[in-house]
Design a protein. Sequence first.
Length: 272
Amino acid sequence: MATTRNLLSTVQVARFVAQGFLRLDGIVPRELNEEAPDVFAAGLPSVPYGTPVQQAFPEGSFARRLVELPAVAGAVRSLVGANPTVDHHHVHTREPHGGSAQPLHADALIDLRTDAFDVQLMYYPQTVTADMGGTLIVPGSHLRRTNESDTGRYQNLRGQTRLTCPAGTVVLLHHGIWHGGRRNDSDRVRHMYKIRFNPTEPQVRLWDTKDLHDPAVAEELRRTFPWYEPAAGRLEVHNRIKLWRRLSGEPDFDIDYWTTRITNRPVQRRSA
């Protein structure tokens, strides 16, 4: 992807690790947003799995111009590196008063990685209002592993968010986040364009690390969400700490001694 200095801060990456997603509201310029519906209606060419971005999206194409916007390129680079590959891309369209709500699900059917993750970009070219449905997301659910639609029986969870946003909004999601598209009850067509990126390099300190030791980092990582069970919510914080140790390159990072305590492996000491 294009070189950019618009990298995320450590606090923003910690927020992504805690929530499982990061919103970038209204960052796509109006001319691209206005072009999008015709591009989507004409159809986008398929991309073989694992194709480098420059090959997947030819120079000058709509997708290439989208992912090379400085704010988009910087955020993607901060999470998956400078040269990710494209797993797949797809336009999701809901006609006016059409569709039904997707079951709550995670896209990572058998993906059990704990030391790496893919990022899914979701782009909304038009303003999304409450009656247009939008994408439902359960914050903090991405490290609670499920088998795709195991969560489909749940209709509503405390703290879930249903996306409403200005035109030109991009949301970056961890591949394991629980989510689902809602039905469109408005009189307008709703589009969402998704690209899934695979990293090709270790996801270690890829962002702007000037604030690596800012106290706000730990505060982001210890955040809890309303759907967590009172005690089991600690598991989510523990999982974040393990991921953060990998991303930050700080193997001893901890919050309230939780992970240090349970990863302790004592060995018998021998006298000299």
